[in-house]
Design a protein around this ligand. Structure first.
Ligand code: KIV
Ligand code: ZN
Length: 548
């Protein structure tokens, strides 16, 4: 087979990155984008983790899983019947459902984590793969920590999994420990020693603890694996997973070396990278391969000179191939909705009428302030206007006074649940600090600001600023009658864009707060209690090193 299946696990392993929590609407939007990217499999989540997770996966199965030529929709399950039932319940509506079940096979995991004997592990795998197969024709099995497992034991487990009905065997380097040579050797060993392996798809799943995830994945593919498990921007547990864009572009750019193809529409890569960064609040480092801001920038004079003479001197792939267009859309007050819609379509956005109308209104406002609207501006505008969590609190107005007098003041007007309006003023170390304090006073959901970053979308004094924040819910006493879910302190990313960076900062903070409220204050009870005046005064949670 000269084709590598791309199994995207951004919504499952990627979402396990600290702070990568996404709302169920964001997950659905991301699944739509993954489908446009033409991934073969979407691992949409871990349905047994919570009813919300199950619901999010099921929504994806019902919509994306029923499109024309849909991707496979996969749900992860431990080797327990309850997990497998939850995964099946979530993926069942899809035209092409898959259950992915896993159990550790390394001595260290079996002994200390599972407290199971090797024979018990084999029995459990047989029983649970069989059970999953009784529900679903497409079953993937992963021996967790495969790379630190005894190969002879691993071969037996894999053989039994095939006999029990597994259709894909995934080999994870769970802790990112292996080297490319070792990993390629492991895949070769599996081909040589596991009877029946030629009847199933062999898959690879690498973590990046030593920065070797992409190299290991490619070594696995060269040894015969035909499914690569990856995430957008390489997000995932700890140092992350293999990044989709790196594997796909390596296979694409070095086609003569690999002689393998994928179904991926590479022109969607930049856009989906941005979407994931916006939703998770996890920024892409500027020097990140393929999707970093500097990946196609040439700074040194010698390089620039070479580029001007012939792009091939320093460019091994065209930016257009990954969807980075240089085109500038010069639209202003007189520009029409049709041109706007066409450009969005070229960029891969097909919006419903309502969303298009909202985006167009925003575009007109921006065109009043900014002469040249670039593709990057359009992407920031859509991210800010459309791809936001449901708003519990929304910004209605902001006024700040700041300068050198140490008295930065912000007045914030928010709309809240049940059509309420709230106005609050606060003083801070700078305008952002003051505005965040005012918001904290209104909302009453204590949190810690973990990260704040601002950057210009384009060059020029009239550029839009985009702000990304990450906050963590604080374990504070709940307001009377509030049902706060404090089982785990999670982090939430928020994104905002505006030509005024203080406005962008406030939008980003509210976007993160709205996610926190949806997750930790279910049904808004905390919010309502806070508003009824029962709430405590919330101490400002913006740390000293917060942006001024
Ligand atoms: O890294 C890992 O081992 C996993 C498995 C669940 C496949 O994510
Ligand atoms: Zn993993």
């Amino acid at each position: 087979m000269d084709h590598v299946l791309i199994f995207d696990t951004t919504l499952r392993d990627g979402e396990q990155s600290p702070g990568a929590t996404m709302t169920s609407s964001e997950k659905l939007e991301l699944a739509r984008a993954l489908s446009r990217l033409s991934v073969d499999v979407i691992e949409a989540g871990f349905p047994a983790a919570s009813p919300d997770d199950l619901y999010a996966v099921r929504r994806i199965a019902e919509e994306v899983g029923l499109q024309d030529q849909p991707p496979i929709i996969c749900g992860l399950a431990r080797t327990h019947t309850a997990d497998i039932d939850a995964a099946w319940k979530a993926v069942e509506p899809a035209a092409r459902p898959r259950i992915h079940t896993f159990l550790a096979t390394s001595e260290i995991h079996m002994k200390h984590k599972l407290r199971m004997e090797p024979e018990e592990v084999i029995e459990r795998v047989i029983e649970m793969v069989r059970y999953a197969r009784s529900l679903c024709d497409d079953v993937e099995f992963s021996p967790e920590d495969a790379c630190r497992s005894d190969p002879e034991f691993l071969y037996i487990v894999l053989e039994e999994a095939i006999k029990a009905g597994a259709t894909t065997l995934n080999i994870p380097d769970t802790v990112g420990y292996t080297t490319p040579k070792e990993f390629g050797g492991l895949i070769t060993g599996i081909y040589e020693h596991v009877p029946g392996v030629e009847e199933v798809i062999l898959s690879v799943h690498c973590h990046d603890d030593l920065g070797l995830a992409t190299a290991n994945t490619l070594a696995g593919i060269q040894a015969g694996a035909r499914q690569a498990e990856v995430t957008i921007n390489g997000i995932g547990e700890r140092a992350g997973n293999t990044s989709l864009e790196e594997v796909v572009m390596a296979l694409h750019t070095r086609q003569p070396v690999y002689s393998l193809s994928t179904r991926i529409d590479t022109t969607q890569i930049s856009r989906i990278s941005k979407l994931v960064s916006n939703y998770t609040g996890i920024l892409v480092p500027p020097n990140k391969a393929i999707v970093g801001a500097n990946a196609f920038a040439h700074e040194a004079g010698i390089h620039q000179d070479g580029m001007l003479k012939n792009e091939l001197t320093y460019e091994i792939m065209r930016p257009e191939t990954v969807g980075l267009t240089q085109s500038k859309l010069v639209l202003g007050k007189h520009s029409g909705r049709h041109a706007f819609k066409v450009r969005l379509k070229e960029l891969g956005y097909e919006l419903e009428d309502d969303d298009l109308a909202r985006a167009f209104r925003r575009f007109k406002t921006l065109a009043d302030k900014k002469k040249v609207i670039t593709d990057a501006d359009l992407q920031a505008l859509l991210a800010d206007e459309l791809y936001q969590p449901p708003e519990v609190f929304a910004l209605e107005g902001l006024q700040v006074a700041c300068g050198t007098m140490d008295m930065a003041t912000a007045t914030v007007r928010l709309s809240g649940p049940e059509d309420t309006r709230h106005v609050q003023a606060a003083i801070g170390t700078g305008p952002v600090d003051a505005a965040y304090k005012a918001i904290d006073e209104i909302v009453g959901a204590p949190n810690i600001l973990l990260e704040f970053s601002v950057h210009a979308v384009t060059e020029g004094i009239d550029a839009q600023g985009e702000v990304t924040v990450r906050i963590q819910g604080e374990d504070a006493p709940a307001a009377p009658n509030a049902q706060r879910n404090t089982s785990q302190l999670r982090t939430y990313g928020g994104y905002g864009a505006d030509t005024d960076i203080i406005v962008a900062s406030v939008k980003a903070y509210l976007s993160a707060i709205n996610k926190l409220l949806a997750e930790e204050w279910p049904r808004g009870e905390g919010v309502v209690a806070a508003q009824a005046g029962a709430a405590r005064k919330v101490e400002s949670s913006v740390p000293a090193e917060a942006p001024k």
